[in-house]
Design a protein around this ligand. Structure first.
Ligand code: ZN
Length: 100
C-alpha cells in the first residue's frame, strides 16, 4: 500500500490507510500470539507495535483538522497559511477551521 502510493506520486508517501492496515495487522498478530500460540517471545514482539501506529493516526488527524478554509473561495489551505494561495484572501488562523 505504502509502496504503491510512493510509486504513484514519485515521492515517499505514507497514506493513512498504511497506518490503519499496520494497526489491524499488529492487533491480529497480537491476538494470535495471546490466544493461540501463547509464546511469550511472540507476545512481547507484538505487545507494543500498535503504539506508533496509533500515534501517527493521531498526528494525521490533528494535522488534517488544522487546515484552514478560505473565507472567499472556500479552498482548503495548509495549516498556518496567512493568505489563500488561490485567491490571495487573508486567512485568520484558528478562526476559519475545517469542520470535521
Ligand atoms: Zn481563496
Amino acid at each position: 500500500m505504502q509502496w504503491y502510493a510512493t510509486e504513484k506520486r514519485k515521492q515517499v508517501v505514507v497514506p493513512t490507510a498504511f497506518w490503519w492496515l499496520s494497526l489491524a495487522g499488529s492487533l491480529l498478530l497480537l491476538s494470535y500470539a495471546l490466544f493461540h500460540d501463547r509464546d511469550s517471545v511472540f507476545i512481547f514482539a507484538y505487545a507494543f507495535t500498535w503504539i506508533p501506529y496509533i500515534r501517527n493516526l493521531m498526528i494525521h488527524r490533528r494535522h488534517a483538522a488544522a487546515h484552514l478554509n478560505c473565507p472567499s473561495c472556500r479552498l482548503v489551505c495548509p495549516p498556518h497559511s496567512k493568505f489563500c494561495f488561490a485567491c490571495g484572501a487573508g486567512l485568520s488562523s484558528g478562526v476559519e477551521k475545517t469542520s470535521p
